[in-house]
Design a protein around this ligand. Structure first.
Ligand code: NAG
Ligand code: NAG
Ligand code: NAG
Ligand code: NAG
Ligand code: NAG
Ligand code: NAG
Ligand code: NAG
Ligand code: NAG
Length: 409
C-alpha cells in the first residue's frame, strides 16, 4: 500500500489509541463502525497489482483519491463489500488486466445467468465519482469469446448488497461483458456516465450491456451517453422503482424489460419503471418487454412500465412486446407465458425503423397482457411507410388506431 499524502493519518488510524485521540467522532449516534471520519488517502500506482492497496484504502479511508495522472492496474479480484461512508474519488484510471486464465477462473461468480465480475462494491453510503475511467480491457475478451462461447467474461462493476450509492461523472470503456450490474441494491444512482465499448476487430463487443438491474429497488440512471453492443439498460428479475432519464444510446439492443420468466420455479417482478427522454440510434430495439413462454419456464409480473419521449433513429424494432420470447407459436399456444404484463405506456415515441414493422405488440394467448397504452406514436419505416402488428392484446390510447385488429392465436 502506498499513500502519498495521508500516510500519517493512516498510520494513526491503524494504531487504535492514536486514532481515538486524533479523530474524535463528529456524530453521536450511531458511532462510526470501522474508522474515524474524514481520512483522505491518495493512491499511487505500485507498478504491480494495485488491487490490494485499493481494497485496503477502501476499508481504512473515508476518501480514496486516484489522481488524474494515475492508472491503477487491477490484476486480482476486488471484494469491496461491507463499506460504510466511503468516497472513491476516481480522477485517474482503474484498469483491469486482460489475463483471461486468471479472471475466468477467479472472477466473483454471479449465479444469475452464470456470470462473473471483476469488482464487488457494496455496503452503505458509497460515492464513486471524480471524472476518471474504468477500463475493462475488453478487446482480447471479445476476440477470444468469438471462438469460445463458453468463456465467462467479467462484468466490470457490480454494485452488490448496497444501500445508498452514487456513481457519477465516470467514464467506462471496453468492458469484457456487462458494464454495470446492480445486484441487491437499494437507492442507487448513476448520473453522468459515459460508456463506450467499441471493438477494433471484426468481432463485436458482445454482451456489453450498459446496466442490468437485478433484485434491486429505487435505482436511477440519468444523463448518460452509451455506445455499446447489447442492451443499453435492462431490467432483470425483481427490479422495482426505476428511473431512466436523459440517455443517449447508440448501437445497443435498447431499453429492455427482461427477459423475464426464464427459469422454472422462479417468480420475476419488474414494477414501476419510468424510462423517459431517451435517444436511441442504430439499435436493434427501442423500448422492449420480453417474457418467456413455453414448457418448463418461470412466472412473474411486469407492471406499471412507461416508455416516454423516445427519439429513435435507424432502430430495427422501435417498440416491442414479446410475450412468447424464444418460444414458437405452437408451444406458446400450448404453454402461454405465466409472466403477466399489465399497465404499460408507450408515449411520444418518434423516429425511424429499419424494418417495415415499427411496432410489434405480441402477447401470449389467453389474455396475459392488459392495459397496454400507446400515445403519440410517430414512427416511419425504411420506405416511409410503417407497419404496426399485434396479437392477443387490446390496445388503448390515441395511437391505438395505427394498429390493425389484433390476431388472436
Ligand atoms: C467478500 O468479503 C466479505 C467479508 O468482507 C465476505 O463475507 C464475503 O463472503 C466475500 N464475498 C465473496 C463473494 O467472496
Ligand atoms: C473456453 O472457455 C472455457 C471457460 O473459460 C475454458 O474452460 C475452455 O477451455 C475454453 N475452450 C477453448 C477451446 O479454449
Ligand atoms: C462525458 O462526455 C461529455 C461529452 O460528451 C464530456 O463533456 C464529459 O466530460 C464526459 N465525462 C466523463 C466522465 O468522461
Ligand atoms: C422476487 O420477489 C418475490 C417477492 O418478494 C419473490 O417471491 C421472488 O422469489 C423474487 N424473485 C427473484 C428472482 O428474486
Ligand atoms: C408507476 O411507476 C412510476 C415510476 O416508478 C411511479 O412514479 C408511480 O407511482 C407508479 N404508479 C403506481 C400506481 O404505483
Ligand atoms: C416528445 O418527445 C420529444 C423528444 O424527447 C420532446 O422534445 C417533446 O417535448 C415531447 N413531447 C411532449 C408533448 O412531451
Ligand atoms: C416448438 O417448440 C417445441 C417445444 O419447445 C418443440 O418441441 C417443437 O418442435 C417446436 N416446433 C416447431 C415447429 O419448431
Ligand atoms: C379484449 O377485450 C375483450 C372485451 O373486454 C375481452 O373479451 C378479450 O378477452 C380481450 N382480449 C385480450 C387479448 O385481452
Amino acid at each position: 500500500m502506498r499513500f502519498s499524502s495521508a500516510s500519517l493519518a493512516l498510520a494513526a488510524l491503524l494504531l487504535p489509541s492514536l486514532a481515538s485521540a486524533n479523530f474524535a467522532p463528529t456524530r453521536h449516534s450511531p458511532p462510526p463502525v470501522k474508522k474515524p471520519p474524514k481520512v483522505s488517502c491518495t493512491l499511487k500506482a505500485t507498478g504491480h497489482d494495485d488491487a490490494p492497496q485499493f481494497l485496503e484504502a477502501a476499508k481504512a479511508c473515508s476518501t480514496v483519491t486516484i489522481p488524474k495522472s494515475t492508472t491503477l492496474n487491477i490484476q486480482t479480484r476486488m471484494n469491496m463489500t461491507g463499506l460504510r461512508d466511503v468516497h472513491i474519488n476516481l480522477e485517474g484510471t482503474v484498469k483491469f488486466s486482460d489475463n483471461i486464465p486468471y479472471w475466468s477462473g477467479n472472477g466473483f461468480f454471479i449465479p444469475f445467468q452464470t456470470q462473473i465480475t471483476f469488482w464487488l462494491l457494496g455496503g452503505e453510503n458509497i460515492v464513486l465519482d471524480g471524472g476518471g475511467t474504468l477500463d475493462g480491457s475488453g478487446q482480447l475478451w471479445w476476440d477470444t469469446f468469438a471462438s469460445n462461447s463458453s468463456l465467462l467474461r467479467p462484468i466490470t462493476l457490480t454494485i452488490f448488497q448496497a444501500k445508498t450509492v452514487r456513481v457519477e461523472n465516470i467514464r467506462m470503456i471496453n468492458s469484457p461483458e456487462w458494464h454495470n450490474l446492480v445486484n441487491e441494491g437499494q437507492d442507487v444512482v448513476f448520473n453522468k456516465i459515459n460508456i463506450s465499448s467499441l471493438s477494433t476487430s471484426s468481432h463485436g463487443a458482445a454482451n456489453t450491456d450498459g446496466w442490468d438491474i437485478y433484485r434491486s429497488d429505487n435505482v436511477a440512471i440519468t444523463n448518460s451517453v452509451i455506445v455499446n453492443d447489447d442492451d443499453c439498460v435492462s431490467f432483470k428479475p425483481n427490479a422495482t422503482n426505476i428511473l431512466v432519464e436523459n440517455l443517449d444510446c447508440t448501437g445497443s439492443h435498447g431499453i429492455s424489460v427482461g427477459s423475464l420468466g426464464q427459469f422454472a420455479g422462479m417468480f420475476d417482478i419488474v414494477e414501476n419503471v419510468l424510462a423517459k427522454n431517451v435517444k436511441m440510434t442504430n439499435a436493434q430495439n427501442g423500448a422492449r418487454i420480453k417474457c418467456w413462454a413455453g414448457p418448463n419456464v418461470g412466472s412473474g409480473i411486469v407492471k406499471n412500465i412507461t416508455f416516454e419521449n423516445f427519439v429513435e433513429t435507424a432502430v430495427q424494432n422501435p417498440i416491442v412486446i414479446d410475450q412468447c420470447y424464444m418460444t414458437n407459436a405452437t408451444a406458446c399456444a400450448q404453454f402461454p407465458s405465466n409472466t403477466i404484463i399489465q399497465d404499460v405506456w408507450f408515449n411520444n415515441i418518434t423516429g425511424t425503423g429499419t424494418s417495415s414493422t415499427v411496432a410489434s405488440l405480441s402477447c401470449s394467448p389467453d389474455g396475459r397482457c392488459s392495459d397496454i397504452n400507446v400515445n403519440d406514436i410517430h414512427l416511419a419505416g425504411p420506405s416511409g411507410t410503417a407497419k404496426f402488428s399485434c396479437q392477443n392484446v387490446n390496445i388503448t390510447g390515441n395511437a391505438a388506431s395505427l394498429f390493425p385488429t389484433c390476431t388472436v392465436t
